[in-house]
Design a protein around this ligand. Structure first.
Ligand code: EPZ
Length: 419
């Protein structure tokens, strides 16, 4: 199993190019199932979830050609209506997008329950509610999801019971060819939802989002496109927690600062020097930052995917803080691992209180993608050599991790196998 060793305690300084957004690339890759002809997707992050998604399509018969380090040509004209690659599907939450795309294209979808980061149950009843209201029959049997429709799906109005990125995306995908206008209310508005809408409209779809309402007018067909994916907001913010914890300065290039504004304001209030242009962030933190209290919530508020990394940062702040988890109430597996490094944290019902802590190096285990990113934050800011196991979780969502951190002066090594 691969592991990382990090010799921490030094300030980070330098600049990094933000990669394409994993949580946009995944729905966009699956959405090519609905496009006729070649599509070229650019600024795609070569992280394992993306590679697995491409492999799932390839095993269904798609033509996938890697054009360069961040561009892929995809043609799904001849894919099978039968979903294969079940092992890969059950590892990834994003494979749930096969439900909406296969239903729209073939009128049916049979696949294993999608997996994903293991922080508690990941229900899909909102996805199935949407498909049912469109006229499909949905069943769950022996850990499989079976969705089908004998007649053409019918446009209607769907009001989601809770804000869900996945359900929003899946119902949009299912409604693309339905005659009339399908209205979806109480939708997620994360940048990756808009990225997908922008991609689909450039392929000929007719989708409009007003606030938390989406109108999708059905079309007969969608054509292949050349499309560049938005920059990854969570990767960008993760690197800012690294510099906030270690001290130092960083320039984030090729980002979209409009997506980062809520958290950048918090960093400024904590005492960091933050300067932005449309595509760049200049961030300096040459003294310990003040603490902060945050609550995670759907975009545009504080992202749940930054919760673990922010908790690490608070360990090195002057007065700590409280993080209330408003999306995944069981997303706390990282706490035990940070406590192995000496973090002073008190966990309550759906929140964590972090006190300023003197951490020591240790051997710790990544329990999911963002928990792993949090352990890197703590190790970079702690004197001594720490080891982080289960790197496979981390490379799901962070491209070129060791090179990017090394370019900032971080002393990080990837050890393969049982070294
Ligand atoms: C997406 O997951 C992201 N994954 C997650 O990022 C992210 O944490 C999450 O959105 C929230 O922003 C991908 O995009 C691949 P949700 P998703 O449906 O779509 C509940 C990462 O680190 N819910 O918005 O699964 C759900 O349990 C990953 O990159 C239902 O109850 O999240 C959660 O409490 C981790 N029923 C809340 O809604 C449903 O049918 C939000 O989930 C669907 C969701």
């Amino acid at each position: 199993m691969e592991k990382l060793t990090i010799e921490g305690g030094g300030a980070l300084k330098g600049e990094i190019n933000v990669s394409g957004m994993k949580n946009s690339a995944l729905p966009i890759i699956f959405a090519t199932i609905l496009l006729k002809g070649d599509s070229v997707i650019k600024n795609i992050p070569l992280v394992s979830d993306v590679l697995n998604s491409l492999e799932i399509l390839r095993e269904m018969g798609a033509k996938i050609t890697v054009l360069d380090s961040h561009s892929v040509l995809i043609n799904t004209d001849n894919i099978s209506s039968e979903i294969k690659a079940h092992a890969l599907i059950s590892k990834m939450r994003a494979s749930s997008y096969l439900m909406g795309t296969m239903l729209a294209r073939f009128g049916h979808a049979e696949l294993p329950m999608p997996g994903g980061c293991n922080f508690g149950v990941r229900p899909i009843e909102q996805h199935l509610k949407g498909f049912s209201l469109l006229g499909a029959v949905c069943n769950e049997e022996n850990d499989f999801v079976l969705i089908s429709t004998k007649n053409p799906l019918k446009s209607t109005k769907i009001t989601l019971d809770k804000i869900s990125v996945g359900a929003t995306i899946n119902i949009v995908l299912a409604s693309l060819f339905i005659e009339g206008v399908t209205v979806i209310e109480n939708v997620a508005v994360e940048p990756h939802v808009d990225d997908l809408i922008h991609f689909l409209n450039s392929a000929g779809a007719k989708i409009i989002r007003y606030g938390r309402r989406i109108f999708c007018e059905g079309v007969k067909q969608l054509h292949g496109v050349e499309y560049e994916i938005y920059p990854d907001m969570i990767e960008a913010l993760t690197y800012l927690t690294y510099v906030g914890a270690t001290g130092g300065e960083i320039v984030l290039k090729n980002t979209n600062t409009a997506h980062l504004s809520y958290v950048l304001d918090i960093f400024s209030k904590m005492g960091a020097d933050v300067g932005i242009t449309e595509r760049e962030v200049k961030f300096r933190a040459y003294r310990a930052l003040d603490g902060a209290n945050v609550t995670t919530a759907p975009y545009p508020l504080f992202p749940t995917d930054l919760h673990p990394q922010f908790a690490s940062l608070l360990c090195f702040s002057k007065n700590g803080g409280i993080i209330k988890e408003g999306i995944f109430p069981t997303r706390f597996a990282y706490v035990g691992e940070l406590q192995k490094m000496g973090a002073c944290m008190k966990q309550g019902n759906g929140y964590i209180e972090v006190l300023p802590s003197k951490l020591h190096s240790a051997t710790v285990n990544a329990t999911d993608l963002r928990a792993g990113a949090a352990l890197i934050c703590a190790a970079l800011a702690t004197h001594g050599v720490s080891t982080i196991n289960n790197v496979n979780y981390i490379v799901r969502g962070y491209e070129d991790l060791t090179n990017k951190i090394s370019s900032l002066g971080g002393k990080i090594k990837l050890l393969k196998g049982e070294q």
